[in-house]
Design a protein around this ligand. Sequence first.
Ligand code: SF4
Length: 312
Amino acid sequence: MDPAKREVLERQGYEVVGEHSGVKVCHWTKSSLTKGVGCYKETFYGIKSHRCLQMTPAVDSCNLGCLFCWRTQEWGSDSLAHADDPGFIVEESIEAQRHLITGFKGNPKVSTEKFDEAWHPNQVAISLTGEPTLYKRLGEMIDEFHRRDMTTFLVTNGTTPAVLRRMASEGRLPTQLYVTVAAPNADVYRKLMAPKSEHEWEKLKETLALLPSLDTRTVIRHTLVEGWNLGWEDEYAALDATAQPMFVECKGYSFVGESRLRLRVENMPEHRVIRQFADTLGDRLGYKVAAEREDSRVVLLTRDGALHPIVS
Ligand code: SF4
């Protein structure tokens, strides 16, 4: 990896793994270790935030330029031309997590028991930065995590249905598959997601149509930006109806990281606005509110209005 890029990433708290992967300790992992407060996915799905490894196999590669993205985007990249070995990435990512949390050992706010559990992550969030499906050995990497009894959350922007189809045919789907749907139509998509080619919107719709056939837990996440993509509940409901997801998350945009170079603090919707959107969308879709976390400005919709935690 280009030393200048590695330096920027390390200054941002990343540990670079191999040629194109990265690990960064999540805010909520730290919060769970020190204050016992985990992330909204702990509330919604029962994962343990202090045992969660946040990583990406595409630390500097994405095919979109979402305005609300908190990551550094301005990097052209061919780092994925050479795909690192999946087993190597998994082993080194676990080591990187241990290296990054070492400082919590001996912290009076962190119990020995909790630290020992964190030393053995049992959940991985493949979401940190970039588009993970651009890494051509992603299915194998997910297999490697599962072989270590770790649950896997994969967050994708949905522009590579062929990759998901192949992973499904190989039986290498994640425990929970997230697809970000942050636009109700092609026009808003072009303005807010700034795709690098013209086929991405159609590809996303192809992925939504594929979701009902995938044998795993599926989530549509609507990242909502005030003044850009909030509203259009009928259009979002039509897209979600195509995908028939197990879960729909309505989540407010956060004015953090490099998104502050592209958006304003006023673009962060209040929780009550997210709740209103979720209520209306739920009515249109026939889903019900199952849970919400005001501190994370997120509302969860399910078909039966109940929670369905991961049983690992
Ligand atoms: S699931 Fe996401 S938010 Fe929760 S601890 Fe893991 S990386 Fe953080």
